[in-house]
Design a protein around this ligand. Structure first.
Ligand SMILES: Cc1cc2nc3c(=O)[nH]c(=O)nc-3n(C[C@H](O)[C@H](O)[C@H](O)COP(=O)(O)O)c2cc1C
Length: 345
């Protein structure tokens, strides 16, 4: 039977407020220059990521596939990502591994010239749960399905603990991850709760190639599960964990000194992309705003990418940056709740 979970997530995230209560990116304030000595037309936002040329440091984060209705969403995202020369991920490919007839809801992405394609599986599925662990062949299939350059292994234990059908065994993930990291190019990815410094050091030790921090500041999957909560269940933990996790900027601060980092979780504008890059990220990823655009059309996704690019260039001009390397020298001030995390962790 095809799971409806994927389409339920899409509908809830598109229609309900499932954001964390506080977006910590708003606590970073940027020191501007009134005399920037830069021409907007000369600003270069292109970059290279592991030898792949990208036109902007923006990624459409992993979201969907696995239900017939999600194919068009992935296609709209892929058309726009190809046109604008940026990277994108697909959602967990477990559904296609279990039901190959759903493969086209993911493989549609490989029909467009997206310069950086990221496959996706869940860390909990690396070990036996109620269902047996994914095999290396299953993982190879997920990568080939979208002709991916990287495989994101997503960590979503908060969500797994809360959802009625969740995979609740966390023991043994690290050693399996170590084994598959020898075979595949892996990005360790959180989904809204952020990685700790220890997590990131441990990832580096076993040859993980990059980190997508997926921190707390934007979409909260505990909140999503609160809307999905089975009324038969008499244990409600979902709202309790709505605001669980490490703020995205804190994860980026640590991760970027250790591995190439994608800033994500609550990235809502080109200014947020800039803030991620100030803290050392190579790129920034955004999910739910792109879902909403993709539900409209591919043109709407292109428009959103162009808006992010324009906002990024404006703030680069206002801080005297000609290229992405210059951003590292920009001064900033940490305010509000973020300053407490900044000083204590
Ligand atoms: C509809 C939707 C589905 C998602 N599904 C996945 C998934 O299958 N795998 C994954 O790694 N992350 C998934 N995510 C998490 C996002 O990649 C991202 O880490 C998270 O939403 C935080 O980013 P945001 O605040 O910009 O939305 C999903 C997000 C959305 C909005």
């Amino acid at each position: 039977m095809i799971s409806n979970r994927k389409i339920e997530h899409v509908r809830i995230i598109a229609n309900e407020n499932v954001q964390h209560d506080h977006n910590y990116w708003n606590d970073i304030e940027i020191v501007q220059k009134s005399m920037p000595e830069v021409n907007l037309d000369d600003i270069d936002i292109s970059l290279e990521f592991y030898g792949i040329r990208l036109k902007a440091p923006i990624i459409i984060s992993s979201m969907t596939g696995g239900h017939p209705e999600t194919k068009k969403i992935n296609e709209n995202l892929a058309i726009a990502a190809a046109e604008k020369g940026i990277g994108m991920g697909v959602g967990s490919e477990r559904a296609a591994i279990e039901h190959p007839e759903l493969g086209d809801t993911f493989s549609i992405v490989s029909e467009y010239d997206v310069p950086l394609r990221i496959a996706n599986i869940g860390a909990p599925q690396l070990i036996d749960q109620r269902k047996p662990a994914l095999t290396d062949e299953n993982i190879e299939y997920a990568i080939q399905l979208i002709k991916a350059h990287f495989l994101a292994v997503h960590f979503n234990f908060v969500q797994e603990m809360i959802q009625p059908e969740g995979d609740t065994n966390g023991y043994g993930v690290y050693s399996r991850l170590e084994s598959i990291a020898k075979k595949f190019n892996i990005i360790a990815k959180e989904t809204g709760a952020g990685f700790s410094k220890t997590d990131i050091i441990n990832f580096k030790k076993i040859g993980i190639k990059a980190i997508d921090v997926g921190g707390r500041s934007g979409t909260s999957f505990s909140a999503v599960e609160a809307y999905r909560r089975n009324s038969d269940s008499n244990i409600d933990t979902s709202t309790l964990f709505w605001n669980w996790g490490i703020p995205s900027p804190i994860s980026v601060k640590y991760s970027s000194g250790i591995l190439p980092t994608i800033a994500s979780g609550g990235i809502r504008s080109g200014v947020d992309v800039f803030k991620g890059l100030i803290l050392g990220a190579k790129m920034a990823g955004s999910a739910s705003p792109f879902l909403k655009a993709a539900l409209v059309s591919d043109r709407e996704v292109v428009k959103l990418i162009e808006q992010f690019e324009r906002q990024l260039k404006i703030v680069m001009l206002l801080t005297g940056c000609r290229n992405l390397e210059d951003i590292r020298n920009v001064r900033y001030v940490i305010t509000g709740r973020l300053s407490e995390w900044w000083s204590q962790y």
